[in-house]
Design a binder for this molecule. Sequence first.
Ligand SMILES: Cc1cc2nc3c(=O)[nH]c(=O)nc-3n(C[C@H](O)[C@H](O)[C@H](O)COP(=O)(O)OP(=O)(O)OC[C@H]3O[C@@H](n4cnc5c(N)ncnc54)[C@H](O)[C@@H]3O)c2cc1C
Length: 430
Amino acid sequence: MTGTLAIIGAGPKAVAVAAKAAVLRDMGVAVPDVVAVERSAVAANWQPAGGWTDGNHRLGTGPEKDVGFPYRSSLVPRRNGELDERMMRYSWQSYLVATGQFAEWIDRGRPAPAHRKWAQYLKWVADNVNMNVLRGEVTSIGVDGRRWALGTDGTTIRADAVMVTGPGQPERSILPGNPRVLSIAEFWHRAAAHERISAERVVVIGGGETAAAILNELFAHRVSTITVISPQVTLFTRGEGFFENTLFSDPTHWSGLTLAERKDAIARTDRGVFSARVQDALLADDRIRHLRGRVAHAVARDEQIRLTLHSDRAGESLETVHGFDLVIDGSGADALWFTELFNQDALDLIELGLGGPMTGERLQESVGYDLAVSHLTPKLFLPNLSGLNQGPGFPNLSCLGLLSDRVLGAELTDNHDRASRRSYEHQPLR
Ligand SMILES: Cc1cc2nc3c(=O)[nH]c(=O)nc-3n(C[C@H](O)[C@H](O)[C@H](O)COP(=O)(O)OP(=O)(O)OC[C@H]3O[C@@H](n4cnc5c(N)ncnc54)[C@H](O)[C@@H]3O)c2cc1C
C-alpha cells in the first residue's frame, strides 16, 4: 500500500525526502508518492525572489551537509549501504563533478557556497530525481475523510500525509508601509537591486540567523551605528566545535536528555545565536551594539521611528523608548506560520490529538520519532518544530538524510501512533 505525501514548500527538506523516495523506488521498495506544493520555485528561499537573502551570502553550514547527510540510513534491512551509495549520486560533490566545478572548489579551499549556488545544487537534485513540484501557494489545510485537503488557488490537493517546511513569510513588518521600516523581504530586494542604504542610526530587530545575514550585508552600506535588538542577555556565538556539531548530525542520544538539558543545548547552539564567522565580523566593526529586550510597539515621529522596548532587569519589568532613522524588522521567521492555514475541522482534529488547544509548546512536545504530531491521523510532519523532542539538526540543514529516513519510515495511513523506534525499524515502508 502506498499513499501520497504532500510537502508544503520545495526547499531542502522536500528535495531530501523526494530524492530518498526516488532512490528507494528505484531499489524496488514501496514508498509514498511525494508531491511538493511550492508557491515560487525549487529552493526559492535561497534566492532573492524568496525574500530571505540576496543570494550572495554564504551558507553557514558546510555544503557537505547535503540532502543525504550523514549517509547513515537505517530504512531497508541489509540494503542500507546500497541506499547510501545511491544517495551519494545526489551529494554536493556529485553535483560539482557533474557540472565541472569540483576541482576548482577543492583548489579554492572548499569555500562555503553562496545561497544562490546552494539553490542551484538543490534544483539539480530535484531535476535529477524528477521531483514532482506543483506550483501554488497553500492557503488552507482542511480534512477530507482520512486525508488532508490542501487548498491552493483554484485547486485542492488531497494527501495521506502533509509535511510543513520553511520559516514563514518574510514580508512581516512592525509598521507596514512606512518607508523607514523594512521587512526582511524589502531589505533583501533592495540589496539584490544594489540599492545603497544610507542612514545614521539603523536598528535590526532579531538575534537569529536571519538578523545575522542582514548585519553581514549592512556592513557594506553607509550607516553610522547599527543596533541589534534581541531578548537575549547578549549576542552569543554559536558553539561550532565537534561536540556541538555532533548534537546536530547525530540525535541518537538526544531523547535521553532531560527537557531542561535539551532546552539548554538548543539555547547555546541554535536559537538567537550568531555563527562564529558573523561574530568575527561584528567584533571588527565598532558601529555595532546590542540592546536587550522585546519590541512592544513602534510609532513614526519627527522623521524617526520610536521603538518601545520591554526588558527584565533584576526581576523588574522595564519599558524604554529608542529612536532610529531606519528599522529593519528581522523577526519575521516564525516556525508556527502554518497554524493560520488550518480550517475548523482540521483544527478540531489536531486539538483532539494534542489533548488541548493548539499552542507552539504543545505542538513541539507532541512531535514523535517520525517527526509527526503523535496521536494524529492523517500524519502531520513538522520537522521545523521537532528540534526539542527529536534533535536540533532536524529544523535546519544538519541531517537531511536522517530527516528523510524518519519521514519515509512512518506509517502514513495508520490510525494510531506506531512510530516508536522499534516499530519504525521493523515495519515495511508505506
Ligand atoms: C538567511 C538564512 C540563512 C540560513 N542559513 C542556514 C545554514 O547555513 N545552515 C542551516 O542549517 N540552516 C540555515 N538557515 C535555516 C534554514 O531556514 C533552514 O535550514 C532550511 O532552509 C529550511 O529548509 P526548508 O526546506 O524547511 O525551507 P525553505 O528552504 O525555507 O523552503 C520553504 C519553501 O516553501 C515555500 N512556501 C512558503 N510558504 C508556502 C505556501 N504557503 N505554499 C507553498 N509554498 C510555500 C517557499 O517559497 C520556499 O521555497 C538559514 C535561514 C536563513 C533565513
